[in-house]
Design a protein. Structure first.
Length: 253
């Protein structure tokens, strides 16, 4: 996504923050277990300069989880908001102090966000196999989830949805993917969501065009092998955070 497009779609967020202030940072999922990764996200709004995320990092230290988001800005008077998101390494069991700091270009006061209690749990095995297929809610036209279950039981998901309309932009198609995750229980799977972009269709594929952006968290709870309860929080860089939940049925070919 271009920086200009991201600025436009996040423009409506600027009204809720004061000059130089940032929206509250968030961590998803809020209740990780050992071995899971979390995504940290922050929106920074500047009323008098274009703003974008330049770089990010996430590291583990002794008893700490450290996030750094380095925002940069332009030199002309155009206000904008930018979202920065970064994924942690797999978390160890125990107590982690979560810390945040920024780079030097647009400094944000370093802060201790919270303490995470990360429980150690035994690996869960899926109750159902053969879950690959397309799942949808008949009441929600044009949206749904494609699941692929590998031999290990792990799930890959592609979520086809629409970002909600806001003051700056109408609703727009949005595709997100969950490349991996963990079975939290025999019927419950959770993983992080990403938005990917690549080479245009009129050009040969190049890995240099690939961009993978952390974009939320997805939880799937299977009532049967053909019905799943879907819960997602989406953090796409060009839209305000939004959530979605529904019960989906597997499409019968």
């Amino acid at each position: 996504m271009s920086r200009t497009l991201a600025f436009t779609r996040l423009a409506s967020l600027a009204a809720v923050v004061a000059c130089g202030a940032s929206l509250a940072q968030e961590i998803f999922p809020a209740d990780p277990i050992a071995g899971e990764q979390v995504v940290f996200t922050q929106v920074l709004c500047r009323p008098s300069m274009p703003t974008w995320l330049e770089s990010s990092s996430a590291t583990l230290g002794p008893g700490t989880l450290n996030f750094v988001l380095d925002f940069d800005g332009g030199d002309f008077s155009v206000g904008s908001c930018a979202r920065g998101s970064v994924v942690s390494p797999p978390l160890p069991a125990g107590t982690l102090l979560v810390r945040f700091s920024s780079g030097e270009e647009l400094p944000v006061e370093p802060s201790v966000l919270r303490t995470l209690q990360v429980p150690a749990t035994s690996p869960a095995s899926p109750r159902y196999t053969g879950l690959s297929g397309n799942y949808f809610d008949p009441a929600s036209s044009g949206t749904g989830v494609n699941l692929i279950q590998g031999e290990s039981g792990m799930l890959f998901a592609a979520w086809f949805t629409y970002a909600p309309a806001n003051d700056a932009e109408p609703s727009a198609p949005l595709w997100l993917v969950m490349p991996s995750g963990k079975w939290l229980a025999p019927d419950r799977f959770r993983g992080l969501l990403y938005v990917t972009t690549g080479s245009p269709m009129n050009r040969a594929w190049s890995t240099n065009d690939l961009d993978v952006t952390p974009a939320g968290v997805l939880t799937l709870t299977f009532d049967t092998s053909r019905q799943v309860r879907f819960e997602a929080v989406a953090l796409h860089p060009g839209f305000p955070t939004f959530s979605s939940s529904s019960t989906l049925n597997r499409f019968a070919f």
